[in-house]
Design a protein around this ligand. Structure first.
Ligand code: HEM
Length: 140
């Protein structure tokens, strides 16, 4: 007679959202705050800073709300503003290669400063580059 062995039912690997890996809302907030702090002080991000208005407060909140949903957490941005339509919403701002590259560089530095795992940083930067490139609305 053969006996069957019951296998454990726990999953071999748990899959967590990027939102969880980043530390949930406090982690995403800290990342966004670091991103805009750097944009405000770093001389080599000055074209990106100049494309923004005098205050970065509204941008901080909006990017935080957007990224929570983008990373797989709560959809705060969509609840407040509807579909992101990011390209359309960025048309009032002049975005060329310089602004695209500075945005991605600024996000890369902010993620490294927040101690995010470098493999995850690489992965997220590739995806942000695609979004930022698609947002270009000026030659050059
Ligand atoms: C992956 C790239 C980017 C993402 C995910 C992103 C995300 C966002 C989001 C969610 C908003 C709020 C939109 C709204 O509801 O009004 C915003 C606003 C803005 N973004 Fe971006 N953005 C990106 C790239 C850029 C680039 C390359 C520039 C360069 C000029 C830029 C400049 C701005 C400005 C000036 C605002 C308005 C801020 C304000 O309301 O005070 N963004 N962005």
């Amino acid at each position: 007679m053969t006996t069957s062995v019951q296998t454990p039912t726990e999953p071999v690997a748990t899959s967590r959202s990027i939102f969880d890996l980043l530390g949930g809302e406090p982690g995403v907030r800290a990342l966004v705050d670091r991103f805009y702090d750097l944009m405000d002080i770093e001389p080599d991000l000055k074209e990106l800073r100049a494309a923004h208005g005098p205050s970065l407060d509204a941008a901080r909140d909006k990017l935080f709300w957007f990224l929570c949903g983008y990373f797989g957490g709560p959809d705060h941005y969509i609840q407040r503003f509807g579909h992101p339509r990011l390209r359309a919403r960025h048309l009032p701002f002049s975005i060329g290669q310089v602004e695209r590259d500075q945005w991605v560089a600024c996000m890369g530095r902010a993620m490294e400063d927040e101690g995010i795992d470098l493999a995850l940083v690489e992965r997220l930067l590739q995806s942000f580059f695609g979004v930022a490139d698609w947002m270009r609305n000026r030659e050059g």
